[in-house]
Design a protein around this ligand. Sequence first.
Ligand SMILES: Nc1nc2c(ncn2[C@@H]2O[C@H](COP(=O)(O)OP(=O)(O)OP(=O)(O)O)[C@@H](O)[C@H]2O)c(=O)[nH]1
Length: 365
Amino acid sequence: MELWEVLQVSPIYMIAVSYFMGNLLFVGSMKPVCLIVLGMAGSGKTSFVQQLTSKLHSTNKPPYVINLDPACREVPYPVNIDIRDTVNYKEVMKQYSLGPNGGIVTSLNLFATKFDQVIKLVEKRSTNTDLAIFDTPGQIEVFTWSASGTIISETLAALFPTVVVYVIDIVRSVSPVTFMSNMLYACSILYKLRLPFIVVMNKIDVVRHDYAVEWMRDFDAFEAALSNDSSYNANLSRSLSLTLDEFYKDLNAVGFSAVTGEGFDEFLAAVDAAVVEFETEYCPEYERLKKLQMEARVKHKAKQMKKFEEDVESEAVGGDSINPIFLNNSNLFSAEDERMASKSFHEFLEEQRKKQQSKSNNAPS
Ligand SMILES: Nc1nc2c(ncn2[C@@H]2O[C@H](COP(=O)(O)OP(=O)(O)OP(=O)(O)O)[C@@H](O)[C@H]2O)c(=O)[nH]1
């Protein structure tokens, strides 16, 4: 490992980065790191979380574990928060007349409405937990493409250093075409969630992951693996491999065995690097987007204020258009009218005075 790489994962680097970012991110890095564990059904997510949890317990750094899979039968590790305690998946299916996938999505949506409580509990554990691990449903799209998945991942990322852990079954990926499908999925999740990303190549106790690392680093090796295949899928995989070159370059991939625990240290090192990436790349981007949003909000407010003022002004102008009516009406009584009115009033008084006088003259003495 080169000095730069060692520095990158060291706490000193984190302090320096935080210092330069000037927004006390180091304080943020004292918070537990949230790992969102995703992967296709059967890739070994639950076994991975189980192995990780038991290793962390044995190193006296117990993680805070959250199960987000409402449909799993049992959770084979000590879990701190279990979605099944809050939402009854079968009842949800019955009440809303849903199938299994709809039931999982709805259960997750219902749980997302209570996610602030989960956040509070994770925050409470900040002082004695380094990692908060979120195990997700096997139907990966339920989390990655649902509103609740977005809410959960964005809320976590706004409050804690958050890393996506994508578990792939390395035994089932030995075919270059299957490997490519898996990588495309990984790529789509990365661009959807836009968070630091670690690919865990699981089950290395059965098949070593070296072949996959070579395919990612060397296009010729991937092409050689496809040399005997001239099908449409193979040709497509070939060109996609070139396209994914940029994606592979920055990809953090580690081999792991959820059965033996091999790869544990490499995985923790990858998490440290991902946290640095979170703080140096995600946070400034998040701050930039937040600033843009604030600016847009202020602009919108100013626009509304201006519109309001214009409305008030036009009403005032409208008022003027009423006032002149009164003014005009008052103009109806011109000086001549007033003179006439005053003259007739004087004439009236004179008449009355004369009448009074003649009455008093005719009166018997
Ligand atoms: N040999 C070997 N088998 C593994 C490993 N990890 C998981 N398995 C096996 O793979 C199968 C699926 O593992 P799970 O942990 O249930 O996979 P999952 O991704 O949680 O599956 P879903 O809950 O359906 O999403 C189980 O039979 C595990 O025993 C591993 O590292 N090595």
